[in-house]
Unconditional design. Sequence first.
Length: 442
Amino acid sequence: MTITKLFLYLYDKVNSRNLLGEYVNLFKTSQYDLTQINEYQQECLKSIIKYAADKVPYFRKMFRECPLSNNESPSEFLTKIPILTKDIIKSDFDNFLSGVYRKKDLHFYYTGGSTGQPSKIAVDNNYLDFRWAMVYYNLTWIGYKLGDCYGFIYGSNLDSKEECSFRQKSQQWMMNYFQVNAFYLNENNLHEFANRCMKKKVKFLIGYASALLEFAKYTERNKFLIKLNFIESTAEYLAPETRQKIEEVFACKVYDRYGSREVGNIAHECRERNGMHIDWQGIYVEIINKGKYHFLGEEYGDIVITSLKNKGMPLIRYYTGDIGKIDYSPCRCGMASSRLFLGGARVLDILYTTDGGMISAAPLSLTTRDLYSIKRIQYVQKSPNYLEVNVVTDHKDDNNISTTLGARLKKIFGEGMEIQFNFVNEIERELSGKYRLTKRLF
């Protein structure tokens, strides 16, 4: 038993959790063939549908009028259920919470995603354990061993430039990683992060694509030689030229992970890097053509997700806002799971603080975490000292948004940043059809 595995075992015992158990269980299903995968998913779908019908007010009302019959395939039953959107959840949030849990026993997450549309979700402890177990299980596909040291470039505390809390530091120590805050990427903390990578002899890095690219450029510019086994990009679109540049600098392969705060991990590349294997143990993926009908997924369409594990707040047929297709052909890696290919990717620009620091787009979405009247938002930086914020709201709280969000953005970008709020009826889509959270025009 490795030191990390021992710590996880003790952590589970002390806190009545099951992170290590979930991690081990994922390996038990890793060799399933397509038939076994389908059977597993149908059972999980049936279970979460019946649970939601019994325990969740929103679905109880819906399924009372349209119940799942005993002789009906759960996947076919799904096609009768309306698509679930962020707006629907926001308008009726409490009715999506399971009656089994007290609010204080749930974990609440706020996300704006790359579309800049804020939302809130809740997860239970069991699902949280499964979610983290899936992260580390996915990493084993590309060379990770439990306990390997790694560096993490990710969003942290919005209101402080401190790297993390005592609780977060304890978690980092247990899982053997360290973090740089993607909100405050500047020469000083990039230098410190690079030194720690060399001193700790990290095996790999995880981070936002844009932040990883900036770190790669920094290490190249300053002659740091950091030897890595691989790099994982997450939370942002990984453009081919971005992947190529990062690989050139660090002389290792970059792998892509696709997921969301709402439903966790969705898919992950294997060593072959020919599409992303769907994390079928935790989610069920549908591809919908223009929201009107369901088909097998071998053409591009809207990605719709059903979470199979989160009983604190079940999400059934959740619209992600992304486009993709599913490939059911065998992968050379040997895993039987189908692969997801993304289309219509969202491009996110790095923004800059007044003192030259870099702000990664993905964590910036968290600035609107509790501003519920915001329907959509976009940040457009036109110069190093001028930022326009385009906001679509329900017009109930515009003054508070300007004051509260303005103060948060000043803290992030610097007091010298001129911030102009534009309250608009609509934010224009890109040519890809997607909304863009951040734009830099200089």
